[in-house]
Design a protein around this ligand. Sequence first.
Ligand code: MN
Length: 633
Amino acid sequence: MKLTELIQEVLAYNPKADINLIRKAYILAEKAHKGQKREGGEEYFSHPIEVARILINLKADSSTICAALLHDTVEDTNISIEKVKELFDEEIADLVEGLTKFNKIQFETREDYTYENLRKILLATAKDIRVMLIKLADRLHNMRTLKYVAVDKQKRIAKETIEIYAPIAHKLGMWRVKGELEDLSLRFLEPDVYKFLRNKISEKREEREKHTAEIIKEIKKQLLAKQIESDISGRAKYFYSIYKKMKQKNIGFNEIYDLIAVRIIVKTIPDCYSALGLIHDLYKPIPHRFKDYISVPKSNDYQSLHTTVITDKGKILEFQIRTREMHYTAEDGIAAHWRYKGTERDKMFDKKISWLKQLLEWRNLSSTSSEFIETLKIDLFEDEIVVFTPKGDPISLPKESTPVDFAYMVHSSIGDYCSKAMVNNKIMPLDTSLESGDIVEIITNKGAKPSRQWLKFVKTNKARSKIKANLKMEIETTERDDEEETMPADIAKAIQIVGKKAPLKISKCCHPKLYEPIVGFYTKDKKITIHKKTCPNIHALDKNKEVPVLWTEDRKLPVMKISLTLADKVGALARVLNIIASYKINIKNITTKPRKDNVITTMYLEVDNKIKMKDMLNELKKVDAVLNINEIK
Ligand code: MN
C-alpha cells in the first residue's frame, strides 16, 4: 500500500493526525527494510504497513501508527533505538523499545509464559498499554499470513496465539481481534475441525441468512413504529466459539442452534430495554438465557443485553442489544477508548481497565519472586490458576482444582499413590481449593490408592479418568460379589422403580437400609443395584445407567411434642428455630400462644435419633429467652 493511501485512511477518521510524523516513519521503515523478504516472498515492509492498518482500523492515534510502522526496525535492521528517539520522540521510541523487548520473549509451552516471560510481558506493557495493542496487531497479521510458514512453526505460533494472545485480547475486551486470532489458530492447530465447521456452516447458510434477514426486517419495522431508530445486523459466530461450545458441552454440531447472533444497536439505554421487550413480545424467549450486562457489566467493561428466542419458524436465535458506545467497547475493548475523546489518545483510557491498573500498581513493588507469584493472582486467564511444585515449576490447572488434580497433572503415579498434600508448607486436606501462587507438594505412599471420594471434588478430566480407571476393577468385583447376595424381602418390597422393572440387588459397598435416600444403577446383566445416595461409589458409575428408585412409603418417624415457655423478646423464637434447624430436625407443626409476660410455643418434632434430640434440647436450655421446656410424651 502506498503512503498516500495509508494517509487517506488515517485522515478519514482523524483529520488532525500528525501526517508529517507518519510520513517520516513510513519512509524510514521502508528504507530500512529494503531488500528484506517475508516467507511468502513479498517485500518485508508490507508487514509493518498491514500492522499499522489493523491499528488504523481501530482508529489508533498518530504515535501508535508510527510505532507500528517502525516496530521491527530496531530488531531487524540497522536502525538503533537512539536514532528513533532522535528522529521522533520519547513516546514513539518507548513504544518501539517495548515491542523490541517483547519480541525477544520466546514461548514454547504454556508454562513458559506463566512465570518469567509473563513478568517480562507485564513489564513491557505496564508502561504503556499501546505496546500490547501493537503487539496484538502484529500477531494478527502474522496469523493472517501464517500459511506461508513451515508447518512446525505454524503449529508453534498458532499454539502461542491461542494460549497467550487471544486471552490477552479477551482481557482487553477486543472481541474482533480475539475472534479472528482464535479462528486462525484453530485453522492451523486443528485443520480438520476447521474444515468441518466451515463446510457445516456454509451448508444451510442461504436458508439461515434468509430467515435472519426476515426477522431483522420485522424488528426494525416494529422498532420504528415505536420511534426507535436501530441498526441491526446478523453475524455468524466465530468458528472457535462454536467449537469450544461443542467441546465444553460435549454436543454435536447439529445441537448448536444459535449459529448467528443478531446485534441491535440503538441510541439510548431505555431503547435497549424497549427493544428487548419487543423481541420478547414477538418471539418466545428461552428461559435462563436472558443476561443483563448493562446493569451489571462484565469485568472487561462489556455491556449488552443478551437474550435467546425461538422464532416463529422454530429456529433459535441469539440477540445482543446495546448502544453505539457499548458496541465500540464490545468490539474493540480498550482500543475503543481512542474513539471517545476525539481522536488523539485519551490519557485516561488505560485507567479504565482495572486489570491494567493492577499491573501498574505492581510495577511499584520490588520484583522478588514471592511478590511476583502474588501478582500472578491477577489471573490473566480467568478460568485458570497457576500453582508451583516445590522446585518452582509452574503447573496450570482449572480454577478450584485440588491437590489431587495437581498430583495427576504432575504424573499419574503421583496421583495414584497420593496420600497427603502440603500447600505452602502446611498439611492440607486433599480437597482444598488451590489458588494461583500456591506451592504444592504431594506426599506419596506405596500403600495409598485412589479413593472414590476424590471423584466428588476433582476438577480436571485427567484426574477423573485416572481415578475411574483405577477404581473400575474394584467396582466390577463388587458387582459380581453382589449377585450372591439376596435382597432382604422387606427392602425389595418397599422399593419402587421409576421406569422398567428389573431384579434388584443391594450394593455391597454401602448397604442401604430401609428409608435411606437411594439411587439405582442398571448392571451389565440387566439388574438394578441399589446404592445409598451418599455412596461415593456412584460417582464412578455410568450416569446413563442411573435409574430413579424410591421407597413406596415415606419413613414414619416417631413424633415428639415439646412445649417451650419463651420470654417475650424480639428474636427469641427465631433463635430456637435456628437451633432446631442446625440439628436437621424436622418440625411437623408449630403453634404459639402469647400470654401476659411470655409466649408458649408448642412444637411437634420428628425424632430420627434420640441422642440428637437430647443434645438439641440441652442447647435450647442454654438460651436465655427459653424459660422452660416441657417434653410431652
Ligand atoms: Mn512484526
